[in-house]
Design a protein around this ligand. Sequence first.
Ligand code: UDP
Ligand code: MG
Length: 136
Amino acid sequence: MNKLEQTLSIIKPDAVERNLDNEIKEIFKKKGFVIKKAKKIQIEKTEAEKFYKVHETKPFYNDLCNYLSSGPIVAMVLEKENAVLENRKLMGATNPKDAKEGTIREKYGISIDKNSVHGSDSVENAKVEINFFFKD
Ligand code: UDP
Ligand code: MG
């Protein structure tokens, strides 16, 4: 069933650092996502820790939070039918080595940690994550 959804996308520091943010935005638009909101920001480590709280018991948590707060990121609200799943498909697998051809992570990802983009993994989490970056 198709329903109009919103999801949170983040262009991560490795991609912003390489000036890939506009190119990645164009990919989303070409695939039919409407970028409802976008902002380039740098967050504090404490904010990254809140954002990635679901991963707090994982061995990579500390490095992940250091990384997300290490440089500018672009946070975006993307809208499309089935946006959550469609964005996950377009992003590709967490490890760029496993990401299918044509996906953003296959194209731009450097490693499992520097994998260029974040995307919400459920409609419920999308709401929480959108609110995290875009409280109005
Ligand atoms: N990550 C990592 N090492 C791992 C697994 C994940 O550095 O072994 C990082 C990676 O940047 C990933 C993020 O933690 O994007 C969140 O992990 P998750 O499993 O939620 O992957 P995603 O939803 O981003 O595909
Ligand atoms: Mg995830």
